[in-house]
Design a protein around this ligand. Structure first.
Ligand code: NAI
Length: 397
């Protein structure tokens, strides 16, 4: 079929297999252009199909020749109805990995469940023996916790009272005020921690450890965000921030628990980027469009793949002690948080409105990034051509 973008708000109902394939190929080429990384050789990526997780899988495979087992939750296309971008990304990843003789297997299912954890352990035992890196990169709106059987939903809300600030509808460029009501009760906070905190990461690491499939010296990394003060009420001091606090505390706990196998758990604080998860948070898209403009002007702009390639080559596998901040976190948001960058963004924030945003912000860049998440607006792709919407992922029967 011929596939066109069908967007509403921060949702796109279609995605393009060829565009997604080209996206994956561009990321592979970037990683290769940066040279080999002396990194892990057997890698489990939980949340492997889009955003930072996909970039991690690509960096492991094409930077370090690693065998990768990926976990994701995506929908295949059926005749007349395209699948999700993550499905097509995974199909493309496996295709290119196979061409280079790299082991790549994907499990498509609920990573929060016991069943998927058991399936992953089985696959590791059968094909890899053990893993020496576990990337935890899930972004999900809900989680059924297998321990109590309850389903928890996360909310993106401030905690200390109503929060009003500017936001942008990135399709129209309209800047307006948005007011977000605070949490109604403590439960909304604890529910968000259940979904986006470190609880499931811990269950994964315990299950892998008990099954004996963690290599001596294994590393595990989960991703977090801090950002500037203007977004604190909705992000770092909001419900999601509480979940990130929990995730960061879990890293210390995991390192202690893995002492006998010399394992290390880290949280890497990454840069704000356009992904399916971040587009859904009010205020953030306006901040990102101003940030991109400034970082591009300063020549320090990065996307997911540049961030993760740098995380691996300059932090995790640089051959020396891994540099961390006072809370033990790896920081690859260092360029975003540079004082001069933040000062410029903050000045632009004060004056940004619907009339000047296309000039002072990188609205076009934001739109392009958003479209390309779904395989649209990618150079070299013929969008008028018929494509196979039922493209399969080789390792998933
Ligand atoms: P994303 O939405 O692009 O990717 C999420 C991944 O999780 C996908 O592979 C999806 O298939 C998988 N997934 C979701 N629910 C699942 C389930 N139940 N079972 C199995 N797989 C499931 O998200 P993004 O933005 O890459 O986020 C990943 C992590 O990075 C999150 O922890 C996020 O908070 C963090 N982060 C994001 C930043 C941003 O600006 N986007 C900045 C810094 C950190």
């Amino acid at each position: 079929m011929i596939i066109e973008p069908k967007m509403r708000g921060f949702i796109c109902f279609t995605s393009h297999p060829k565009g997604c394939e080209q996206n994956v190929l561009n990321q592979i080429n970037y990683v290769k252009s940066k040279g080999a990384i002396n990194g892990a050789k057997k890698v489990l990526v939980i949340g492997c199909s889009t955003g930072f997780g996909l970039a991690s899988r690509i960096t492991s495979a094409f930077g370090s020749n690693a065998a990768t087992l990926g976990i994701c939750f995506e929908k295949p296309g059926v005749e007349g109805k395209p699948g999700t971008a993550g499905w097509y990304n995974t199909a493309a990843f496996e295709k290119f990995a196979e061409e280079e003789g790299l082991y790549a297997k994907t499990i498509n299912g609920d990573a929060f469940s016991n069943e998927v954890k058991a399936e992953a352990i089985e696959a590791i035992k059968e094909n890899l023996g053990e893993v020496d890196l576990v990337i935890y990169s899930l972004a999900a709106p809900r989680r059924t916790n297998p321990v109590d059987g309850k389903t928890y939903r996360s909310v993106l809300k401030p905690i200390d009272g109503e929060y009003t600030n500017k936001t942008v509808d990135f399709h129209s460029g309209k800047v307006s005020d948005v007011s977000i009501q605070p949490v109604q009760d403590e439960e909304e906070i604890s529910n968000t921690v259940q979904v986006m905190g470190g609880g499931d990461w811990k269950l994964w690491m315990e299950a892998l450890g008990e099954a004996g499939v963690l290599a001596d010296g294994v590393k595990t990394v989960a991703y977090s965000y801090i950002g500037p003060e203007i977004t604190f009420p909705i992000y770092r001091n909001g419900t999601i921030g509480k979940a990130k606090d929990h995730l960061e505390a879990t890293a210390h706990e995991l390192t202690e628990n893995m002492a006998s196998i010399h394992g290390e758990a880290y949280v890497s604080v990454n840069k704000a980027l356009v992904t399916q998860a971040s587009s859904a948070i009010p205020v953030i898209p306006l901040y990102i469009s101003l940030l991109f403009k400034v970082m591009k002007e300063e020549g320090v702009h990065e996307g997911c793949i540049e961030q993760i390639q740098r995380l691996y080559s300059d932090r995790l596998y640089a051959g020396s002690d891994i540099p961390v901040d006072e809370k033990g976190r790896i920081r690859v948001d260092d360029w975003e948080m540079r004082e001069d960058i933040q000062e410029k963004v903050s000045k632009l924030w004060d004056i940004a409105d619907s009339n000047n945003l296309s000039e002072i912000g990188d609205l076009e860049g934001y739109k392009h990034e958003f479209m390309s998440l779904f395989g649209f607006d990618i150079e070299g792709v013929d969008y008028s051509a018929e494509v196979d919407e039922t493209t399969s992922v080789k390792s998933i029967q």
